[in-house]
Design a protein around this ligand. Structure first.
Ligand code: SAM
Length: 432
């Protein structure tokens, strides 16, 4: 299984390598002192992560070449803007034309698009978002793996099934050996090039121990590591970066400070934002975003969440629906409609057409089994597959009935490749 294609370095300027893939050029940050022009490399998320021997690279490129151009054609056909404009309000048409012309939209306009309810207008919004996704990102689709290494958590988030509210939950903490074996399987057997390590805020494993684990993974494998352990402290962020982590997945959850404090009693939004800002300064790729449909959240809050994600220079937008968990204070609150989630993904694409990798979350897939297909056709460009050993998955219960919970990695990979092929997408990350 291949989640990246090798590219050839065509220029080096300080730490920045220009890498060419079948005629397309991208920039990637290089940390290999011996890298030379002409070398073949794998890049992920804008980092060169591995130098590949030329024979191996040429063999992989030969198998990809035909498929690559075939996929591009399918994508091009699906991303055409041939849609019925009749029945769409003039002012909505004007806004979408503006988005296509790369003129920025006002908050009022973005809010109107976020709140669209007529299926015809929504269809046009999604088509425009998909057109912009293809224009700036081609058919490259990031497929990362996520490994949930512990479900212990000391926080009291009002929506989360791992929180202290859920006293009955059976807790697990994977041992270092179990984590290393799961990483080995994901990287060596299934070809993942980027992995997110996630857990609750687990007092049973210190940041120093987490950093040692990351260091050991980086010693054994050329893989891009995202950490997602919550608020590890600013020194913790440094230690994890120094150990080799290069990405962080940390949602701010909501940009509305009042709502944040209501849902996380005793905690502050500003503290979380300080982490995100520091992570960016340190050089992490930042994946962040918010929950859609939280009780008490307004449409304008969701728009502010999208704008904050852009302001934080996020590499990846992680926006998913709130789903009620029965053992939390929000047990009886309703989840949002799938179309509000799609509107959010599409508006995020309009707000940040060139940079955003936009994730389709498992929560969205749990809300609607068509989420992946619909999301990929509405501006999204990124997926995460669960590489946690099957025996632990039933206990990582953020919300009930998580999609893919019982599926092996192989099954998920096969389904994903099948879907991506049908949409003309290539499962790879070409960097930036
Ligand atoms: N401790 C880390 C952190 O705070 O980012 C990572 C683990 S946390 C459980 C991962 C994400 O799960 C959170 O950012 C939150 O948005 C999401 N989540 C938790 N409960 C959820 C729910 N009921 N519905 C949807 N998403 C939920």
């Amino acid at each position: 299984m291949c989640y990246a294609i090798p590219g050839q370095v065509v220029a080096l300027c300080g730490r920045i390598a220009t890498v060419e893939y079948f005629g397309e050029r991208r920039k990637a940050y290089n940390e290999f002192p011996s890298l030379r022009v002409g070398d073949f490399v794998y890049a992920q998320g804008g980092f060169v992560i591995k130098v590949v021997p030329p024979e191996e690279a040429q063999e992989i490129l030969a198998t990809w070449k035909e498929t690559f151009f075939e996929l591009q054609e399918v994508d091009l056909r699906l991303a055409r803007l041939e849609v019925e404009r009749e029945g769409v309000e003039r002012r909505i048409l004007r806004m979408l034309d503006k988005a296509l012309e790369e003129r920025s939209l006002s908050k009022e306009e973005l809010l109107a698009l976020l709140g669209l309810q007529s299926p015809k207008e929504q269809e046009l919004l999604y088509k425009v978002a998909n057109f912009l996704r293809r224009k700036y990102h081609g058919n490259a689709t990031c497929v990362h793996g996520i490994l949930e290494i512990s479900n212990f958590c000391s926080r009291n988030c009002a929506y989360c099934g791992l929180s202290t509210h859920n006293g009955a939950l059976l807790r697990y903490r994977m041992s270092d050996e179990e984590v290393l074996e799961a990483v080995r399987e994901a990287v060596e057997v299934y070809g993942f090039q980027a992995l997110v390590l996630q857990s609750g805020e687990d007092p049973g494993r210190s940041v120093r121990e987490l950093a040692e684990l990351v260091r050991e993974i980086k010693k054994r494998h050329a893989v891009l590591i995202f950490v997602s352990f919550g608020e590890v402290g600013l020194e913790g962020l440094e230690a994890l970066y120094e150990a080799g982590a290069r990405g962080i997945l940390l949602r701010f959850e909501t940009s509305n400070a009042e709502l944040y404090e209501k849902l996380h009693p005793g905690y502050r939004l500003s503290h979380r934002l300080t982490h995100l800002e520091r992570a960016l300064e340190l050089g992490y790729l930042v994946a962040t975003g918010g929950l859609i449909g939280l009780p008490g959240q307004k449409l304008s809050d969701i728009l502010e969440d999208i704008l904050l994600t852009r302001a934080l220079s996020a590499e990846m937008y992680s926006f998913g629906p709130f789903l009620p968990h029965p053992a939390t204070p929000l047990a009886f609150s309703a989840p949002p409609s799938p179309s509000l989630v799609l509107n959010t993904l599409a508006v995020a694409r309009l707000v940040d057409p060139k940079n955003a990798k936009i994730l389709i979350t498992t929560a969205f897939e749990t809300l609607d089994p068509q989420a992946r297909r619909m999301g990929l056709l509405s501006g999204a460009s990124s997926l995460m597959l669960n590489v946690t050993p099957l025996k632990f998955r039933p206990y990582y219960t953020l919300y009930p009935g998580r999609a893919h919970e019982g599926e092996t990695i192989r099954e998920q990979v096969e389904q994903t490749l099948h879907l991506l092929r049908s949409l003309g997408r290539a499962p790879m990350d070409l960097g930036v």
